[in-house]
Design a protein around this ligand. Structure first.
Ligand code: PNS
Length: 168
């Protein structure tokens, strides 16, 4: 069984991520979407919220499961017996960092291979940070994220406790 891990912060999941998940699910037997417990960032959504929202928006894709992890991705891949790490590339500017990550992950676990997928050009400008910024300032994120994420963003920024968070 070819298991692939698609890691990220997913704060929150966008249509760009969903596109990669869907296309990845057609290539690998199982795709584990792995949400990082990133203590160094200041996320808008908790890990529980992010995993729950990912579960909702991927519920129709049978071979996709949602998990969270902390520590090294290479170690997590070893535990999960994953042969692949999927990464989406939006632009050439993503390349240098991703090449570094792929090299260190291979060094740490030589049984895992990183597969890069070109993001659908419709979403090449999209990132969770941009989505949060637009929503934070009251702009429309329609067409950038699934409806449920749009609602959750609206709720976060309408709630004074939500709007005081930075959510990088
Ligand atoms: O969505 P993001 O924030 O760009 O995802 C980054 C992620 C989760 C892929 C990356 O930070 C990661 O793999 N973190 C786990 C720690 C790790 O293994 N680092 C690489 C070796 S230094």
């Amino acid at each position: 069984m070819n298991i692939a891990i698609y890691p990220g912060s997913f704060d929150p999941v966008t249509y760009g991520h969903l596109d990669i998940i869907l296309r990845g699910s057609k290539v690998f037997d199982q795709v584990i979407v792995a949400v990082l417990h990133n203590s160094s960032k200041n996320p808008l959504f908790t890990v529980e919220e992010r995993t729950q929202l990912l579960s909702v928006v991927t519920k129709e894709i049978e071979n996709v499961s949602i998990e969270s992890f902390q520590g090294l991705l290479a170690e997590y891949a070893r535990v999960k017996k994953a042969k692949a790490i999927i990464k989406g590339l939006r632009a050439i500017s993503d390349f240098e960092y991703e090449m570094q990550m792929a090299s260190i992950n291979r060094k740490l676990n030589n049984e895992v291979e990183t597969f890069f997928m070109m993001t659908n050009h419709k979403f090449s400008y999209l990132s969770s940070s941009i989505v949060k910024d637009v929503a934070r300032h009251g702009g429309s994120v329609e067409g950038l994220v699934p409806d449920i994420i749009e609602q959750e963003l609206r709720a976060k920024f309408a709630d004074p406790r939500g709007s005081t968070q930075q959510g990088g």
